[in-house]
Write a protein that binds this ligand. Sequence first.
Ligand SMILES: [Zn+2]
Ligand SMILES: [Zn+2]
Length: 258
Amino acid sequence: MRADFHAHTTYSDGSFLDWMVGAAADAGLSGIGLADHCNVSDRPAMRAHKLRYGYNLDLTYERRREAIETARGETDVEIYDAVEVDYHPTDQADIADFLAEAGFDYAIGSVHEVDGVNVHFPEPFRDRSGGERRAAVDGYFEDLAALVRSELFEIAAHPDIVERNEALRGIAGEDHYRRLAAAFADSRTVPEINAGRVTADYGRFHPCEAFLDVLAEYDVRVTVGTDAHAPQEVRDRVPLLREQLADRGLDPVSPFDV
Ligand SMILES: [Zn+2]
Ligand SMILES: [Zn+2]
């Protein structure tokens, strides 16, 4: 692992750009991709969410680009001007227009919305029946398959993110993994091994081992991202990602090679 392709700065919900780049150097990386959250949906609920949480990269990416250009002159670490875009099938045309206009080095696509709810919140799912939760997980994988088929992104983020939600954990299975692996096999989009919850309560990588087995069966290549929001997370997660890659015999692909 020579680069981390998924990290956040203060241009969304992460830490200072210089700190994240410094942490990449500390972790022995030669590159770091700054992939701040970005939502370009004009759906009222999504607009309200981004205003409330302050996700403004659609308005500030040129300013961040200027900062990246300055920072590039001060470090040996390669800094990639990337983005993590919220994906929903109804927003596809808006996302395509934005990505064409902004011209990032590469784009990560993420499904963060499950049945109209942010996947990080377990409460809305707790009172639902088993059938309703199953339908929510099915819907998540359908949207993720649509993301992969859209060909808008070099990387699909945290491909089984529903597992980090304790109310949705353990529902996904081989059928879901096979459908996704077939979609990845036909697409330029590669899944990432994402360390976003590996040192937290969930304690595993996305995708889980069973999903990785299926991806390997379909010869799907993978890339890597710490999904770090703080410099210490880069330093802590890179060695764990290296261990996981070695255990699985994986050589991660760069988004510049897809
Ligand atoms: Zn994400
Ligand atoms: Zn992220």
